[in-house]
Write a protein that binds this ligand. Structure first.
Ligand code: ATP
Ligand code: MG
Length: 294
Protein backbone atom coordinates (compact mmCIF):
# COMPACT_ATOMS: atom_id res chain seq x y z
CA UNK A 1 0.00 0.00 0.00
CA UNK A 2 1.28 3.46 -0.87
CA UNK A 3 1.89 6.01 1.86
CA UNK A 4 0.52 8.66 -0.49
CA UNK A 5 -1.54 8.30 -3.62
CA UNK A 6 -2.96 10.96 -5.90
CA UNK A 7 -5.27 9.64 -8.65
CA UNK A 8 -6.12 12.09 -11.41
CA UNK A 9 -6.29 14.95 -8.93
CA UNK A 10 -7.28 18.36 -10.23
CA UNK A 11 -7.78 21.61 -8.36
CA UNK A 12 -9.10 24.78 -9.95
CA UNK A 13 -9.31 28.27 -8.44
CA UNK A 14 -11.85 29.94 -10.72
CA UNK A 15 -10.34 29.44 -14.13
CA UNK A 16 -6.77 28.86 -12.83
CA UNK A 17 -5.97 25.15 -12.95
CA UNK A 18 -3.47 24.97 -10.07
CA UNK A 19 -3.21 21.15 -10.15
CA UNK A 20 -3.94 19.44 -13.42
CA UNK A 21 -4.48 15.66 -13.37
CA UNK A 22 -1.86 14.68 -10.79
CA UNK A 23 -1.11 10.94 -10.60
CA UNK A 24 1.45 10.05 -7.99
CA UNK A 25 2.15 7.04 -5.78
CA UNK A 26 4.72 7.19 -2.98
CA UNK A 27 5.59 3.93 -1.21
CA UNK A 28 6.24 4.01 2.55
CA UNK A 29 9.74 4.76 3.78
CA UNK A 30 10.78 7.13 1.01
CA UNK A 31 11.84 10.73 1.17
CA UNK A 32 10.42 12.50 -1.85
CA UNK A 33 10.98 16.07 -3.01
CA UNK A 34 8.23 17.95 -4.78
CA UNK A 35 10.26 20.39 -6.84
CA UNK A 36 8.83 23.22 -8.89
CA UNK A 37 8.97 26.95 -9.54
CA UNK A 38 6.70 29.49 -7.84
CA UNK A 39 3.06 28.79 -8.63
CA UNK A 40 3.71 25.22 -9.83
CA UNK A 41 1.01 23.80 -7.55
CA UNK A 42 3.17 22.42 -4.72
CA UNK A 43 1.30 24.05 -1.83
CA UNK A 44 -2.06 23.35 -3.43
CA UNK A 45 -1.13 19.64 -3.66
CA UNK A 46 0.11 19.58 -0.08
CA UNK A 47 -2.94 21.39 1.26
CA UNK A 48 -5.19 18.86 -0.48
CA UNK A 49 -3.11 16.04 0.98
CA UNK A 50 -3.70 17.53 4.43
CA UNK A 51 -7.44 17.81 3.85
CA UNK A 52 -7.24 21.62 4.05
CA UNK A 53 -8.46 21.98 0.48
CA UNK A 54 -10.76 19.73 -1.51
CA UNK A 55 -9.74 18.48 -4.94
CA UNK A 56 -12.00 19.70 -7.75
CA UNK A 57 -11.83 16.13 -9.03
CA UNK A 58 -9.85 12.94 -8.39
CA UNK A 59 -8.91 11.10 -5.23
CA UNK A 60 -6.20 11.30 -2.58
CA UNK A 61 -5.34 8.50 -0.14
CA UNK A 62 -2.89 8.34 2.76
CA UNK A 63 -2.06 4.77 3.81
CA UNK A 64 -5.26 3.75 2.02
CA UNK A 65 -7.49 6.17 3.96
CA UNK A 66 -8.93 9.59 3.22
CA UNK A 67 -6.64 12.42 4.39
CA UNK A 68 -9.15 13.34 7.12
CA UNK A 69 -9.09 9.82 8.62
CA UNK A 70 -5.32 9.46 8.33
CA UNK A 71 -4.89 12.78 10.15
CA UNK A 72 -7.44 11.86 12.84
CA UNK A 73 -5.46 8.65 13.39
CA UNK A 74 -2.29 10.67 14.03
CA UNK A 75 -0.51 9.34 10.94
CA UNK A 76 0.41 12.72 9.50
CA UNK A 77 2.63 15.55 10.71
CA UNK A 78 3.03 18.75 8.75
CA UNK A 79 5.08 21.89 8.57
CA UNK A 80 3.30 24.39 6.35
CA UNK A 81 4.43 27.58 4.62
CA UNK A 82 2.63 29.74 7.15
CA UNK A 83 1.55 29.25 10.74
CA UNK A 84 2.37 31.21 13.89
CA UNK A 85 3.15 30.20 17.45
CA UNK A 86 1.57 31.61 20.61
CA UNK A 87 4.19 34.19 21.70
CA UNK A 88 3.57 33.88 25.49
CA UNK A 89 4.12 30.11 25.65
CA UNK A 90 7.57 28.64 26.11
CA UNK A 91 8.98 26.16 23.64
CA UNK A 92 8.43 23.26 26.06
CA UNK A 93 4.83 24.37 26.78
CA UNK A 94 4.07 24.71 23.07
CA UNK A 95 5.48 21.31 22.20
CA UNK A 96 3.97 19.73 25.31
CA UNK A 97 0.52 21.02 24.43
CA UNK A 98 0.64 19.79 20.85
CA UNK A 99 1.98 16.36 21.80
CA UNK A 100 -0.89 15.96 24.29
CA UNK A 101 -3.32 16.07 21.34
CA UNK A 102 -1.95 12.84 19.85
CA UNK A 103 -2.79 9.28 20.86
CA UNK A 104 0.81 8.03 20.85
CA UNK A 105 3.23 10.96 20.89
CA UNK A 106 7.03 10.91 21.15
CA UNK A 107 8.46 11.71 24.62
CA UNK A 108 8.91 15.48 25.13
CA UNK A 109 12.69 15.18 25.69
CA UNK A 110 13.10 13.24 22.51
CA UNK A 111 11.15 15.79 20.46
CA UNK A 112 13.20 18.65 21.89
CA UNK A 113 16.41 16.76 21.22
CA UNK A 114 15.45 15.84 17.66
CA UNK A 115 14.54 19.45 16.87
CA UNK A 116 17.66 20.77 18.69
CA UNK A 117 15.53 22.74 21.12
CA UNK A 118 16.73 21.29 24.42
CA UNK A 119 18.63 24.49 25.25
CA UNK A 120 15.67 26.66 24.23
CA UNK A 121 12.99 24.73 26.14
CA UNK A 122 12.27 27.61 28.56
CA UNK A 123 12.37 30.41 25.95
CA UNK A 124 9.07 32.11 25.06
CA UNK A 125 8.02 31.56 21.45
CA UNK A 126 7.78 35.33 20.91
CA UNK A 127 11.52 35.64 21.62
CA UNK A 128 12.73 33.14 19.05
CA UNK A 129 14.59 33.95 15.85
CA UNK A 130 13.11 32.94 12.48
CA UNK A 131 15.29 29.83 12.23
CA UNK A 132 14.54 28.82 15.84
CA UNK A 133 10.81 29.25 15.16
CA UNK A 134 11.17 26.88 12.21
CA UNK A 135 12.73 24.33 14.57
CA UNK A 136 9.72 24.60 16.88
CA UNK A 137 7.41 24.10 13.91
CA UNK A 138 9.42 21.00 13.02
CA UNK A 139 9.07 19.79 16.63
CA UNK A 140 5.28 20.24 16.37
CA UNK A 141 5.24 18.29 13.10
CA UNK A 142 6.97 15.26 14.65
CA UNK A 143 5.32 15.46 18.08
CA UNK A 144 2.71 12.81 17.28
CA UNK A 145 5.35 10.39 15.87
CA UNK A 146 3.62 10.48 12.48
CA UNK A 147 4.36 7.81 9.86
CA UNK A 148 4.13 10.53 7.22
CA UNK A 149 5.84 13.89 7.50
CA UNK A 150 4.89 16.66 5.08
CA UNK A 151 6.99 19.80 4.80
CA UNK A 152 6.22 22.82 2.62
CA UNK A 153 9.46 24.71 1.98
CA UNK A 154 10.70 23.97 5.50
CA UNK A 155 14.08 25.69 5.32
CA UNK A 156 12.90 29.02 3.93
CA UNK A 157 14.00 31.06 6.98
CA UNK A 158 17.17 29.12 7.78
CA UNK A 159 20.83 29.96 7.23
CA UNK A 160 23.21 27.44 5.68
CA UNK A 161 24.24 25.86 8.97
CA UNK A 162 20.67 25.52 10.30
CA UNK A 163 19.64 24.04 6.99
CA UNK A 164 22.30 21.36 7.21
CA UNK A 165 21.35 20.52 10.80
CA UNK A 166 17.67 20.47 9.84
CA UNK A 167 18.23 17.94 7.04
CA UNK A 168 20.35 15.77 9.33
CA UNK A 169 17.37 15.67 11.71
CA UNK A 170 14.94 14.83 8.90
CA UNK A 171 17.23 12.03 7.72
CA UNK A 172 17.35 10.60 11.24
CA UNK A 173 13.55 10.74 11.41
CA UNK A 174 13.15 9.11 7.98
CA UNK A 175 15.72 6.42 8.84
CA UNK A 176 13.15 4.90 11.21
CA UNK A 177 11.10 3.81 8.18
CA UNK A 178 8.97 6.93 7.95
CA UNK A 179 7.81 8.64 4.77
CA UNK A 180 8.71 12.26 4.09
CA UNK A 181 7.34 14.52 1.36
CA UNK A 182 8.77 18.01 1.08
CA UNK A 183 8.21 20.89 -1.32
CA UNK A 184 11.08 23.06 -2.40
CA UNK A 185 12.29 25.22 -5.21
CA UNK A 186 15.90 24.68 -4.19
CA UNK A 187 17.32 22.17 -6.63
CA UNK A 188 20.27 21.33 -4.43
CA UNK A 189 17.99 20.70 -1.50
CA UNK A 190 15.92 18.25 -3.56
CA UNK A 191 19.04 16.59 -4.91
CA UNK A 192 20.79 16.17 -1.58
CA UNK A 193 17.92 15.21 0.67
CA UNK A 194 15.56 12.97 -1.23
CA UNK A 195 15.69 9.60 -2.90
CA UNK A 196 13.17 10.68 -5.51
CA UNK A 197 12.43 14.02 -7.09
CA UNK A 198 9.03 14.78 -8.59
CA UNK A 199 9.26 17.93 -10.71
CA UNK A 200 6.01 19.81 -11.22
CA UNK A 201 5.26 22.81 -13.38
CA UNK A 202 1.87 24.36 -14.11
CA UNK A 203 0.16 21.70 -12.00
CA UNK A 204 1.58 18.73 -13.92
CA UNK A 205 4.39 16.28 -13.33
CA UNK A 206 7.14 16.99 -15.84
CA UNK A 207 9.77 14.60 -14.47
CA UNK A 208 9.95 11.90 -11.81
CA UNK A 209 13.03 9.98 -10.73
CA UNK A 210 16.30 10.28 -8.85
CA UNK A 211 18.13 13.56 -9.30
CA UNK A 212 20.69 11.66 -11.42
CA UNK A 213 17.94 10.25 -13.66
CA UNK A 214 16.41 13.66 -14.11
CA UNK A 215 19.75 15.13 -15.15
CA UNK A 216 20.36 12.19 -17.49
CA UNK A 217 16.87 12.50 -18.99
CA UNK A 218 17.74 15.96 -20.19
CA UNK A 219 20.87 14.41 -21.71
CA UNK A 220 23.17 17.12 -20.51
CA UNK A 221 26.23 15.27 -19.23
CA UNK A 222 29.35 15.20 -21.37
CA UNK A 223 32.51 13.12 -21.58
CA UNK A 224 35.28 14.80 -23.57
CA UNK A 225 38.90 14.08 -24.45
CA UNK A 226 41.65 15.24 -26.78
CA UNK A 227 41.10 13.60 -30.16
CA UNK A 228 44.05 14.93 -32.17
CA UNK A 229 44.17 13.15 -35.53
CA UNK A 230 42.32 10.03 -34.36
CA UNK A 231 39.09 8.94 -36.05
CA UNK A 232 35.70 9.45 -34.41
CA UNK A 233 34.25 6.36 -36.12
CA UNK A 234 32.15 4.28 -33.76
CA UNK A 235 32.05 6.80 -30.90
CA UNK A 236 28.34 7.42 -31.43
CA UNK A 237 27.68 3.70 -30.90
CA UNK A 238 29.26 3.58 -27.43
CA UNK A 239 26.84 2.87 -24.57
CA UNK A 240 25.06 5.94 -23.22
CA UNK A 241 26.15 8.24 -26.02
CA UNK A 242 23.44 10.51 -27.40
CA UNK A 243 25.54 12.74 -29.66
CA UNK A 244 29.14 13.33 -30.70
CA UNK A 245 30.64 16.72 -31.44
CA UNK A 246 34.17 17.73 -32.34
CA UNK A 247 35.31 21.12 -31.10
CA UNK A 248 38.87 22.44 -31.29
CA UNK A 249 40.50 19.03 -31.49
CA UNK A 250 38.38 17.51 -28.69
CA UNK A 251 35.68 14.89 -28.96
CA UNK A 252 32.66 15.81 -26.83
CA UNK A 253 30.25 12.94 -26.18
CA UNK A 254 26.86 13.82 -24.80
CA UNK A 255 25.82 10.88 -22.66
CA UNK A 256 23.00 9.69 -20.48
CA UNK A 257 25.50 7.74 -18.33
CA UNK A 258 29.10 8.98 -18.18
CA UNK A 259 30.26 5.97 -16.13
CA UNK A 260 29.38 3.39 -18.77
CA UNK A 261 30.56 5.65 -21.59
CA UNK A 262 33.99 6.17 -20.03
CA UNK A 263 34.30 2.48 -19.26
CA UNK A 264 33.52 1.57 -22.90
CA UNK A 265 35.84 4.27 -24.18
CA UNK A 266 38.77 2.57 -22.47
CA UNK A 267 37.78 -1.07 -22.94
CA UNK A 268 36.04 -1.16 -26.29
CA UNK A 269 38.07 1.26 -28.39
CA UNK A 270 41.74 1.44 -29.26
CA UNK A 271 41.76 5.22 -28.90
CA UNK A 272 44.54 6.95 -27.04
CA UNK A 273 42.31 8.82 -24.55
CA UNK A 274 44.01 11.85 -23.03
CA UNK A 275 42.75 14.90 -21.20
CA UNK A 276 39.52 13.17 -20.17
CA UNK A 277 36.89 15.44 -18.63
CA UNK A 278 33.42 14.66 -17.39
CA UNK A 279 31.09 17.59 -17.02
CA UNK A 280 28.05 16.86 -14.88
CA UNK A 281 24.98 18.50 -16.29
CA UNK A 282 23.77 21.09 -13.96
CA UNK A 283 20.57 20.14 -12.21
CA UNK A 284 19.69 23.79 -12.65
CA UNK A 285 19.83 23.44 -16.45
CA UNK A 286 17.77 20.27 -16.30
CA UNK A 287 15.21 21.98 -14.09
CA UNK A 288 14.92 25.02 -16.35
CA UNK A 289 14.63 22.84 -19.45
CA UNK A 290 11.88 20.78 -17.82
CA UNK A 291 9.84 23.57 -16.31
CA UNK A 292 10.01 25.95 -19.25
CA UNK A 293 8.78 23.53 -21.90
CA UNK A 294 5.03 23.58 -22.32
N1 ATP B 1 -6.40 30.79 -2.91
C1 ATP B 1 -6.09 30.91 -4.21
N2 ATP B 1 -6.90 31.54 -5.06
C2 ATP B 1 -6.61 31.66 -6.37
N3 ATP B 1 -5.50 31.14 -6.95
C3 ATP B 1 -4.65 30.48 -6.15
C4 ATP B 1 -4.87 30.33 -4.74
N4 ATP B 1 -3.85 29.64 -4.21
C5 ATP B 1 -3.00 29.37 -5.23
N5 ATP B 1 -3.47 29.87 -6.40
C6 ATP B 1 -2.84 29.75 -7.72
O1 ATP B 1 -2.60 28.36 -7.96
C7 ATP B 1 -1.34 28.16 -8.58
C8 ATP B 1 -0.51 27.21 -7.73
O2 ATP B 1 -0.19 27.86 -6.48
P1 ATP B 1 0.61 27.11 -5.31
O3 ATP B 1 0.56 27.99 -4.13
O4 ATP B 1 0.08 25.72 -5.18
O5 ATP B 1 2.07 27.07 -5.93
P2 ATP B 1 3.47 26.64 -5.25
O6 ATP B 1 4.08 25.63 -6.17
O7 ATP B 1 3.27 26.26 -3.85
O8 ATP B 1 4.31 28.00 -5.35
P3 ATP B 1 5.43 28.63 -4.32
O9 ATP B 1 6.73 27.98 -4.69
O10 ATP B 1 5.42 30.08 -4.71
O11 ATP B 1 5.00 28.38 -2.92
C9 ATP B 1 -0.75 29.55 -8.77
O12 ATP B 1 -1.03 29.96 -10.08
C10 ATP B 1 -1.47 30.38 -7.76
O13 ATP B 1 -1.57 31.72 -8.18
MG1 MG C 1 3.95 27.02 -2.06
Amino acid sequence: MNAISFSQVTRAYGDVLAVDGLDLGIPPGRTVALLGPNGAGKSTSINMLLGLLRPTSGQIKIFGETPERAIARGDVGAMLQEGTLIPELTVAETVGFVRSLYPDPLPLDEILRMAELTDLAGRRAGRLSGGQTQRVRFALAIAGAPRLLILDEPTAAMDVESRRAFWDNIRAYAAQGRTVLFATHYLEEADENSDRVVVIARGRIVADGTAAEIKAGVGGQTVSFTLGTQSVAGLDALPGVIAVEITSGRAVLRTSDPDVTVDALYRKTTLDVRGLEIAGADLEDAFLALTQES
